[in-house]
Design a protein around this ligand. Structure first.
Ligand code: ZN
Ligand code: ZN
Length: 347
């Protein structure tokens, strides 16, 4: 089959790789119809994730058709159109029984190499999905594949971090970063009841997109937090979401938060340590939260919002390319010339 692989940092290849096979009774094989390029794929692209092997498919966002399944798979059937979490979880270990799927004893990510579980990625014509009953979710007929694939990662991430920011009806919410995840957090914050949302970014075109969703655009930088305080009677935002994954963005997020606020970080941090002001967290009584989205715990709710027409995330797609042009997709996304690239797979 054909797949995208990472020959070396910065060089994505479209090449022939071995077809996956069913290895366990809880596996599903998917014929992938759509994949996408994610901000976290750029960490791999830039060589910041160790253990990615050349010749192994990359990518972790997907929609596909169930093509084969092991005898212990019960939640999906042959021919079902499904999406799924970017990581797999067993569903029955200590953590899974408590709903902490991201902390599963055998958690493994698609397409991020040996150190993160070693599963072959989804930017491929076919993919093996272990622990399919926990990992996959069916797409309702009225949910298009392009938007449905966002449920497996960034839409569920938006739900997870906005929920963990403890957004309450009537709140002023600040979202730092207006990339794909930040934009979806703006939409999600309104669903959680935000009265107003401030969107902070350095890129004017991204701020325009946030504004189109009803957010107040704030140019990032030293003055951003001061502007937000000025617009909240001097207090700061009731809840803050950090959707970049950098020390600078986290600093702005903490400065924009009012006393007793929660700062909820969606960004993927690859640094081993970040300078953060615990003095500020102490004096402002801040709660700081970070974490990999617990996708299987929330994807049912996210799918319901999509299916009922409450969420309209299609605005984040800027490019649709065939899998064969994946290298171009990575380049465009890396250069900020694309907001979100969807890859169509197969005929
Ligand atoms: Zn992703
Ligand atoms: Zn588990």
């Amino acid at each position: 089959m054909k797949a995208l692989t990472l020959a070396e940092p910065g060089r994505v290849e479209y090449q022939d790789v071995a077809d996956p096979e069913i290895l366990d009774s809880t596996d599903v094989l998917l014929r992938v119809t759509h994949s996408a390029i994610c901000g976290s794929d750029l960490h791999a692209y830039h060589g910041r994730i160790q253990g990615i092997e050349p010749g192994v498919p990359i990518g972790h966002e997907y929609v596909g058709i169930v093509d084969a399944l092991g005898k212990d798979v019960h939640n999906v059937a042959l021919g079902d159109r499904v999406t799924g979490s970017f990581f797999v979880a067993c569903g029955h270990c200590w953590a899974c029984r408590r709903g902490y799927f991201s902390q599963c004893a055998v958690v493994a990510l698609f397409g991020f190499g040996r150190r993160l579980g070693g599963l072959a990625g989804t930017q491929a014509e076919r993919v093996r999905v272990p622990h399919a009953d926990t990992t996959l979710i069916k797409l309702p007929d009225n949910v298009p594949s392009e938007t449905g694939l966002l449920v497996g990662d960034i839409l569920s991430t938006a739900y997870f971090v906005v929920d963990r920011a403890q957004v309450r009806p009537g709140d002023s919410v600040c979202v730092v970063g207006a990339g794909p995840v930040g934009l979806l957090c703006v939409e999600m914050a309104f669903i959680f009841g935000a009265a107003e949302v401030f969107s902070v970014d350095l890129v004017a075109s991204r701020l325009q997109q946030a504004e189109a969703l009803g957010a107040r655009p704030i140019i990032g930088g030293a003055d951003a937090a001061r502007q937000i305080r000025r617009m909240t009677q001097g207090r700061g935002a009731d809840a803050v979401i950090e959707a970049v994954g950098s020390a600078e963005a986290l600093k702005v997020a903490m400065q924009a938060a009012r006393g007793f606020a929660t700062v909820s970080a969606a960004g993927v941090y690859t640094e081993s340590a970040l300078p953060i002001s615990m003095g500020r967290a102490f004096s402002q009584d801040l709660t700081i939260r970070a974490g990999m989205a617990n996708v299987p715990a929330v994807f049912g709710a996210v799918m319901a919002l999509l299916s009922q027409g409450r969420l309209h995330p299609e605005h984040i797609f800027s490019h649709q390319l065939p899998l064969a042009d994946g290298a171009q997709g990575y380049h465009l996304f890396d250069q900020h010339q694309a907001t979100k690239v969807v890859l169509t797979v197969g005929p």
